[in-house]
Design a binder for this molecule. Structure first.
Ligand code: SAH
Length: 248
């Protein structure tokens, strides 16, 4: 029985792959990868390495998670070194915990190889620090996938009234609901907000506005996924800290 490396691929820019991730990719017998993992990483694999795509498109799962778990397990029975490559960090909305649990229950050895999460690195590439002295002393990373008006929501909207940074992943399709809800719980409608699309890649684009304006601005700009949302006064630092020329 082989070993499974639950590996973060980083947010897009291949240079943000960790040294450890690159090492296991080069040694892998099979790489099971996601849509968000930069496909150029696969070019680092040795000759004869197998590739298995189990990506998901915009919430539509090509394979249900149960089946992905099983694919990983079956590969661990056949191969020595199995790399499960996932965008960003495998444990930040990456379901790496579910995959590890499935393997552990079946006696398969695994390692977590943390990756550079998009939640922090994508804002950085847009010139937005998630914390900044005197501006934000904390930040939250929240799923934007859950409709805010859903009954029994697990997301604590009331807690987001505080003047801190909030990063929403998987929230582009819910942007209007998210902005409306933050205003409803008491966030100032003039609170700065940014949406960053395809961060850390050559296609990176950012739209900035306020909770009141961001939805219309993003709609007009037709930003493609993947994209994340940053809310908070740190967004105002962008003109002072931006270091990448984005196309308009
Ligand atoms: N495990 C990943 C997140 C998976 S959830 C990580 O740690 O980064 C997928 C969401 O991440 C997307 O819907 C989007 O909100 C965000 N995301 C991932 N890569 C991104 C990128 N290059 N630019 C903008 N958002 C990105």
């Amino acid at each position: 029985m082989g070993k499974v490396y639950l590996t973060g691929a980083g947010p897009g820019d291949i240079d943000l792959l960790t040294v450890k991730a690159l090492r296991v990719v080069r040694e892998a017998d099979v790489i099971i990868y996601d849509r968000l993992a930069n496909p150029d990483i696969l070019k680092e694999a040795k000759a004869g390495c197998e590739f298995v795509y189990v990506g998901k498109e915009d919430g539509r799962h090509t394979l249900p998670q149960e089946q992905i778990n099983e694919v990983i397990y079956q590969n661990a029975l056949k191969h020595d070194r199995v790399v499960r490559l996932k965008g960003g960090d495998p444990l930040v909305f990456g379901r790496g915990g579910e995959e590890a649990k499935y393997l552990k229950e079946r006696g398969v050895a695994f390692e977590f190889i943390p990756g550079v999460t998009s939640a922090i690195s994508v804002p950085a590439y847009a010139g937005i620090p998630v914390t900044h002295r005197g501006v934000a002393v904390s930040f939250k990373v929240v799923t934007g996938h859950e409709a805010p008006n859903k009954e029994h929501s697990q997301v604590d909207w009331e807690s987001m009234r505080a003047d801190e940074t909030i990063v929403f992943l998987m929230g582009l399709h819910n942007l209007k609901n998210i902005a409306d809800n933050l205003i409803r719980v008491g966030r100032d409608p003039a609170t700065p907000a940014a949406v960053i699309s395809r961060g850390t890649t050559p296609d990176q684009r950012t739209v900035t506005g306020t909770l009141e304006t961001i939805y219309e601005k993003v709609k007009a700009a037709q930003l493609p996924t993947p994209a994340l949302i940053v809310v908070g006064r740190v967004v105002e630092l962008k003109p002072h800290l931006e270091w990448i020329a984005e196309r308009g």
